[in-house]
Design a protein around this ligand. Structure first.
Ligand code: FES
Ligand code: FE2
Length: 385
């Protein structure tokens, strides 16, 4: 036992977070102040609609109160019951355990038989929920515990945090014409970072997905936006050109792209039938070897040219056909990735930090690792760079 503990203490902090509950919990706590993807505004259109999520290992929910979105830790101030059960829903904030009621500021405003039970009114208890800072980029909802925001490049508002990626994703991820969002997912028995890394990896396609050959490096390009990055098909379209078109409101997709936003979301822009679609992967860390993974996809406003088979259909019918065709392929490819991650996880205590032997097709894994180290300051609070 003692020898096992010594062995864990000797591991790099990266490796420890893959296998040790304490290191994983500590890692997550340090991410509580980093903007984290929580869900889509399409689930928050109506008053009192809510979604749940995780930030830094803490359960949270975001709710619409009239014109604003507010976010709170999903822990009742009375005795810790989860205020929201499930992924999404609608209703006033009333705890299901003893019926305490909260307002839009997260303050307790209703306690049954308060005078008899506590000798004062609900308001005089001065109880409330821990509040999140919530912000949106187009239809993407993010949150963070602002008072825990780290110093340096991971601080700042959402727009500063996302940098050039903000106008691009604001443009791509819109719900102006209310497309249907389809969702599927599963629990994957692998660490969230291994799952992120396979989405950043352009050298696993022949072995894992049966591609006939490795892509040449000039067939794709990588863009970097501070903590975040993107893979783009081809090298003709530049980061500056896409940014300028998005800012000017004249962007038209021409090639496949995959944006990875630190820490927990990957957003692909891909052509499916006669439209461009967004396929978004959401990674929610559950434990050192467990991740809740969900994929959401939806049609964007952009047509990709007429397709003889699909062009005459209405967008809604197109969505149904695309869903039928696309999900079969996407689920298989996703599953191939997940099985690979689960196999890699079986060796987790022997996986070193991804700093050596990264190929030109794995450059973004190195970037992700740099950002992750920055998010995990040492005992003295200094960044581990
Ligand atoms: S735990 Fe929520 S009202 Fe008691
Ligand atoms: Fe893959």
């Amino acid at each position: 036992m003692a020898r096992g503990c010594d062995a864990i203490r000797g591991m790099d902090i990266w490796t420890r977070t893959l296998v040790e509950e304490g290191a994983f919990v500590d890692e997550q706590a340090k991410l509580a102040g980093v903007w984290t993807f929580l869900g889509l505004t399409s689930d928050l259109k109506e008053d009192d609609a809510w979604i749940t999520g995780q930030i830094g290992g803490r359960a949270v929910f975001v709710q619409r109160f009239g014109g604003t979105l507010r976010g709170f830790e999903n822990v009742c101030a009375h005795r810790g019951f989860p205020l929201r059960l499930g992924g999404k829903g609608r209703g006033a904030v009333i705890c299901g355990f003893h019926l305490w009621r909260y307002n839009a500021d997260g303050r307790v405003v209703g306690v049954p038989i308060a005078q008899e039970a506590f000798g004062c009114s609900a308001e005089e208890l001065h109880a409330g929920l821990a509040e999140l800072e919530v912000a949106c980029c187009g239809g993407l909802v993010f949150g963070r515990f602002a008072h825990q925001a780290p110093a340096g490049p991971l601080s700042g508002g959402l727009e500063a945090f996302l940098g050039d990626a903000f106008p691009m994703l604001e443009t791509i991820c819109q719900f102006s014409d209310a497309p249907a969002v389809r969702t599927y997912g599963r629990i994957v028995e692998a660490n969230w970072k291994l799952m992120i890394n396979i989405t950043l990896d352009d050298s696993h396609l022949p072995a894992i997905h049966g591609r006939k050959r490795f892509s040449r490096r000039d067939e794709f390009d990588y863009w970097r936006f501070g903590a975040h990055s993107a893979h783009t098909e081809g090298q003709q379209e530049t980061q500056a050109a896409m940014l300028a078109d998005c800012v000017a409101g004249v962007y038209q997709p021409v090639r496949y792209k995959l944006f990875n936003l630190f820490p927990n979301v990957a957003i692909g822009l891909l052509r499916l039938g006669p439209y461009w679609y967004v396929l978004l992967q959401h990674f929610e860390p559950v434990g050192p070897a467990e991740t809740k993974w969900r994929a959401h996809y939806f049609r964007t406003p952009w047509r990709a040219g007429a397709e003889p088979l699909l062009a005459p259909q209405s967008p809604r019918t197109t969505d149904r056909i695309v869903a039928w065709l696309f999900e079969r392929v996407a689920r298989r490819v996703n599953e191939e990735d997940h099985i690979a991650c689960e196999r890699q996880q079986t060796n987790a205590r022997n996986i070193p930090p991804p700093i050596a032997l990264l190929s030109a097709h794995e450059e973004r894994i190195g970037w992700f690792y740099e950002t992750w180290r920055m998010s995990q300051p040492g005992e003295d609070g200094s960044p581990r760079l």
